[in-house]
Each structure stands twice: as structure tokens, then as C-alpha cells.
Design a protein around this ligand. Structure first.
Ligand code: ZN
Length: 177
């Protein structure tokens, strides 16, 4: 079982390496993406995960199928995780909002981070196909948080009003349906 790496581990502070294009569909990268999906699926409150968070300094992040359904009423189907390899934020709106944020690698801490309300990303998917996506709201926030991870930046570096909550409060927050 792969564990999520916590703040203080140097891998979270490195600039992650690009995945060579010929390597994207290799067994090694496939395995890493699979481990990321499995690891993220175990976290009830997790919406996305970057490769450095499982100790792999590579430019990969995934967004959970559940996250894609947030705010869209009752999900009919669980979508599969979206995979972003060598992502680049090609556009960020000048308009920003202070949004509450947390991180699976910085447990029990929450804060507000100013994030662009719209973002455009280009990346490769798990099949090596180049994709471009324009998003807003939660997805835009996720893209910015995850791309920060790949630069060695954690949300606590940027957050205001940081708050530490107790394990009991945390349990309440994550175990209610
Ligand atoms: Zn994070």
C-alpha cells in the first residue's frame, strides 16, 4: 500500500520532472498512475493527487471521478479519474477569489488561498494524447493547487487564515455523508 507523503518530506519541495513523451504509456508510468488512483480512492475528502504526494517526483496529477461530479447534483455514475501529465497552466484569469483549501499532505490544516476563478490547462492524458481544457470554479482551483505541487509549492505557502483543526473535528468533517 502506498502512503501519502506529508509536509516536511523533501520530495514535496522539489520541482517534479517532466515525463518523456515516449514514456507516458510505459509500464512504469502506468503503474504510478494506478497507485495514485488507488491512493486517492482511499481518501474520502480527497479530490486530487499529485505524483510527488506518493513520493514520485514526476509531472503528473489526477483528479478523482467524484470531484468531477461535485456541485452537479447526485452523481449517476462514478467517472474515472482524469490524468494530467506535464501540465501547463496556459491561461489564468486575472479575477481571483479567496477559497478555502486543504491538502492530503498537510493534514488537519485549512486556509484561504487566492486562486484565479478560471484556468486553462494543456497536458497529456494517460494515453499520450495532448489535451486542452478550460475550466472554472472548483476545477480551476484544483488545477492551480496541483500544478503548485509539481513546482514544489504547498498551499500553506500561499494561504491566509491558516487554521489547525483537531483530529476529532477532522473526523466529523470527513465522515459525514
Ligand atoms: Zn495538495
Amino acid at each position: 500500500m502506498v502512503e501519502i507523503v506529508s509536509e516536511g518530506n523533501s520530495v514535496l519541495r522539489e520541482k517534479a520532472e517532466e515525463v518523456p513523451l515516449f514514456d507516458i504509456t510505459s509500464p512504469r508510468i502506468r503503474k504510478i498512475i494506478k497507485e495514485m488512483s488507488k491512493t486517492l480512492a482511499r481518501e474520502r475528502d480527497g479530490v486530487a493527487l499529485a505524483a510527488p504526494q506518493i513520493g514520485e517526483s514526476l509531472q503528473i496529477f489526477i483528479v478523482s471521478g467524484n470531484a468531477q461530479n461535485i456541485g452537479k447534483g447526485k452523481p449517476r455514475e462514478i467517472k474515472k479519474d482524469l490524468v494530467f501529465i506535464n501540465p501547463k497552466l496556459t491561461k489564468l484569469s486575472r479575477e481571483k477569489k479567496n477559497l478555502p483549501e486543504g491538502c492530503l499532505s498537510v493534514r488537519f490544516v485549512y486556509g484561504e488561498v487566492a486562486r484565479s476563478v478560471k484556468a486553462e490547462i494543456t497536458a497529456y492524458d494517460e494515453n499520450g494524447k495532448k489535451t486542452k481544457k478550460g475550466v472554472s470554479g472548483l476545477m480551476a482551483q484544483i488545477f492551480q493547487h496541483e500544478c503548485d505541487h509539481l513546482e514544489g509549492i504547498l498551499f500553506v505557502d500561499k494561504a491566509k487564515k491558516l487554521e489547525r483543526i483537531s483530529k476529532e473535528e477532522f473526523k466529523k468533517l470527513t465522515h459525514e455523508e
